[in-house]
Design a protein. Structure first.
Length: 462
């Protein structure tokens, strides 16, 4: 009898504990209307993301909101007037922080311990609306009773680099704080530079070209020295004569020590050394493409691998990326089917289209992905680097693409070329594809005749 009593008492105790725990996990977040009334915000903003954590150090979880204003119903993933609101649950006080013109596509918020005070800091990023693959960032830390900006658009400019183009198809680069210069061989761009009158045929530089870095295209919190505290790993694209003239990358590690200190810098480039024999018979591909398959829980997926590429083309990177594209589907339980087609392959350009479908929650979702590589200049292509980078050309390209859209409802909503769009090339057409939102089950595909757009491309298609 006593044993039964003890078991009953233990059961009641456990139920009470579980109830308290469940109640503690439920967060009664504020509505956007309540936030606007309390802070005096008058714009038509909405809550993009929200978190709950003790960031003030009083052992009571605070509420953190990322808010912004949708730019247009036609582009639902772009927000302006991005701002972080913190509600101090203990003091019943609101804190706000942002910087001028903070906006972007698909803004995200996360919490990391970056400053060494054992409290979470707020990390916000959004993709830029312009070319170059730039991301905007805002990092906030609660210090001395206030929400302090510790990383904004000034820090987002990244590591400073200067330099100039020299004779004999070379560039000299200098990184701030490092005495040693970097000498870069530019001969893989020789034909293009001569054509664009940057160099003459004898290798004499004709114009003053000063390479420069873009702001961060990637900034990721990582525990670099495994001390339980996060550092920032940033990657910047280095360009030469113009935005599409990529010549390298800067990778830096930043640690917060009463300010951001650079702990490590690494420079890398995919430029090749010039080989005249490579440019003979350019339309003929001298490599092989083999077919590979993986059987998954939900179906079969296929992917290509490239063999017998020339030594100065980064074949390891290419083959890894070709397999990475299908990797997310390998452990999927929803039925899916994915295959690929080599839509264009020459000595200069490789373009591969992956297509298929996936069943999810009673619906059938189309899958389109692509891999495009400039073999001549040893670089992976995205929609931004595909075109020559001037404002006038960008306007002409957008006009040509829009003019190629037959469906008026799609034409009216076409946002212009954006970095989140995909593309592939075949013998006759450039096809741009994208989803307007996460609820679409089929991609929008816009086929543009190469004859109309070829002269604006920053790749050599014969």
């Amino acid at each position: 009898m006593k044993k039964i009593f003890y078991n009953s008492a233990l059961l009641i105790f456990l139920i009470i504990i579980f109830s308290i725990t469940a109640a503690a996990e439920e967060v009664n977040y504020l509505s956007i209307q309540s936030i606007k009334e309390a802070t005096g915000i008058s714009r038509e903003v909405s809550i993009i993301d929200k978190k709950s954590a003790d960031i003030t150090g009083d052992h009571i979880e605070d509420q953190i909101y990322l808010i912004g204003q949708k730019y247009s119903d036609n582009i639902p993933i772009f927000y302006t007037y991005l701002e972080v609101i913190v509600y101090d649950m203990n003091q019943k006080k609101f804190h706000r922080a942002t910087y001028q013109d903070f906006s972007g596509y698909e803004p995200k918020m996360a919490l990391y311990e970056l400053t060494g005070d054992k409290l979470k800091d707020i990390f916000v990023e959004s993709a830029s609306a312009g070319s170059g693959g730039i991301y905007f960032h805002l990092i906030l830390s609660f210090q001395k009773g206030n929400l302090k900006i510790i990383f904004d658009d000034q820090q987002n400019k990244g590591v400073n680099l200067t330099g100039e183009y020299k004779d004999e198809f070379t560039a000299v680069l200098r990184i701030a704080g490092i005495e040693e210069e970097i000498e870069l061989n530019l001969s893989s761009n020789k034909n293009r530079y001569i054509r664009e009158k940057i160099y003459d045929k004898n290798g004499r530089v004709l114009r003053d070209i000063s390479p420069y870095p873009y702001p961060y295209g990637q900034l990721r919190p990582i525990d670099y020295d495994l001390d339980g505290r996060f550092e920032l790993k940033g990657i910047q694209r280095i360009v030469g004569a113009y935005g599409a003239d990529g010549i390298g990358y800067l990778e830096s590690i930043l640690k917060y020590e009463s300010g951001w200190k650079i702990k490590e810098i690494k420079f890398s480039t995919f430029l090749r050394i010039y080989r005249p024999d490579f440019y003979l018979n350019e339309d003929k591909a001298d490599y092989n493409i083999s077919r590979h398959s993986s059987v998954t829980k939900s179906g079969e997926v296929h992917f290509p691998q490239i063999e017998n590429l020339t030594e100065d083309v980064n074949s390891l990177y290419i083959n890894k990326q070709l397999k990475e594209i299908i990797k997310p589907f390998l452990n999927e339980t929803n039925q899916s089917q994915i295959d690929y087609k080599v839509v264009y392959n020459s000595r200069n350009i490789l373009s591969i289209k992956y297509s298929g479908y996936q069943l999810h929650e009673g619906g059938k979702y189309e899958i389109i992905k692509s891999f495009n590589y400039d073999l001549k200049n040893n670089r992976r292509l995205n929609i931004e680097s595909l075109f020559k980078n001037t404002g006038e050309i960008r306007q002409k390209v957008n006009s040509i693409i829009k003019d190629s859209i037959k469906d008026s409802s799609i034409k009216d909503k076409f946002p212009g070329i954006r970095e989140w769009m995909g593309f592939y090339i075949d013998e006759k057409e450039l096809t741009v594809y994208y989803l307007l939102n996460d609820f679409q089950t089929e991609f929008i595909e816009i086929a543009v005749p190469l004859s109309r757009i070829k002269k604006y491309l920053d790749v050599d298609i014969r």
